[in-house]
Design a protein around this ligand. Structure first.
Ligand code: HEM
Length: 283
């Protein structure tokens, strides 16, 4: 029997993976784009959107492209779902709107986890891929821009809903408004937080791949350090501001005085002071 060299095995498998494949259960050829599954999902177009092996500067370039493309699709979905949520809030369909916000949250969480896959790209390999990226900037991502714009729309829908119900954000968070409004606001905060977590995951990815520092410049010339301020920029600023206002209006009066005894027993018999041990070690 002729022994195949290790590389020959891989090369033969690579050729086989170009398809098509005869599926033994279906007894049909898969990979020709003729089946209903392939037509509906447009797999021939979808799977041809990544560079072919001969154009990749390193094999890991497929990982780099797939994760980016997948993230763009998720961002597209976030923007679409946000528009649907605007329509639901505007017609006072709050249960439907609430279910939609749960979906937004789960997609954003999934995106943060997905970036973990990109963290397996070693920094030196990325340096090679980077040469082919031109002056591309993450700010040029259509999905990212769409999500931020859609979030403005969602914040507008919340404002209209509150106005129709004669409520304000301050009222929602002081118990003066109905509980359904508060639940909805908290779901928006959940989504916003998950979106910022995604940006934080991206920040860590950038940090371990090219470094975050005043001297490390992105391809568009921007120091990577600016990302640390941008990743906490909320989607719904008013919902974060109301917390600041709530705390500004907080007062100690009526609460527990600092250092005061917590129980009658503690008040009657204060525990003996415990001397601080200096120097360490066992007595
Ligand atoms: C190794 C992988 C990656 C590196 C080294 C990287 C690097 C960077 C750098 C240096 C910036 C700041 C400058 C700029 O705006 O271009 C940035 C921004 C950005 N990147 Fe990435 N990135 C990576 C992966 C990704 C992925 C997978 C996505 C998903 C869509 C993404 C989306 C973004 C977005 C939306 C921004 C703008 C964020 C903001 O300005 O707050 N990046 N990236």
């Amino acid at each position: 029997m002729v022994q195949l060299h290790e590389c020959d095995h891989a090369e033969r498998l690579r050729r086989q993976l170009k398809g098509p494949w005869l599926n033994p259960l279906l007894k049909k050829w898969v990979g020709r784009g003729e089946l209903d599954y392939e037509k509906y999902l447009r797999t021939p177009e979808l799977l041809s959107l990544q560079m072919p092996p001969e154009e990749r500067v390193v094999p890991d370039e497929l990982l780099f492209q797939v994760v980016h493309q997948a993230q763009e699709l998720w961002l597209k979905l976030l923007a679409h779902e946000s528009v649907e949520a605007v329509a639901e809030l505007d017609r006072d369909a709050l249960w439907e709107g609430s279910a939609r916000l749960e979906r937004l949250l789960r997609v954003a969480r999934c995106m943060g986890a997905e970036l973990g896959v990109m963290e397996t790209l070693p920094p030196d390999t990325y340096q090679v891929i980077r040469r082919g990226l031109g002056n591309g900037s993450g700010q040029e991502s259509p999905g990212y821009n769409a999500v931020r714009m859609a979030a403005e729309g969602l914040e507008g829908a919340l404002e209209r809903l509150l106005a129709r119900r004669g409520a304000s954000l301050a009222g929602v968070y002081s118990g003066a408004a109905a509980a359904d409004l508060k639940r909805l606001c908290e779901q928006l905060v959940d989504y916003d937080e998950a979106f910022q977590d995604w940006l934080y995951a991206h920040f860590q990815l950038v940090r371990r791949t090219i470094g975050v520092d005043a001297t490390v410049k992105a391809l568009d010339g921007l120091p990577t350090r600016v990302l640390s301020g941008r990743m906490t920029k909320p989607l719904f600023p008013a919902l974060w501001q109301v917390r600041v206002e709530l705390t500004a209006g907080w007062c100690r009066e009526g609460g527990h005085a600092p250092g005061a005894p917590r129980s009658d027993a503690e008040a009657a018999e204060p525990p003996p002071p415990v001397p601080l041990r200096s120097g360490g070690g066992m007595p």
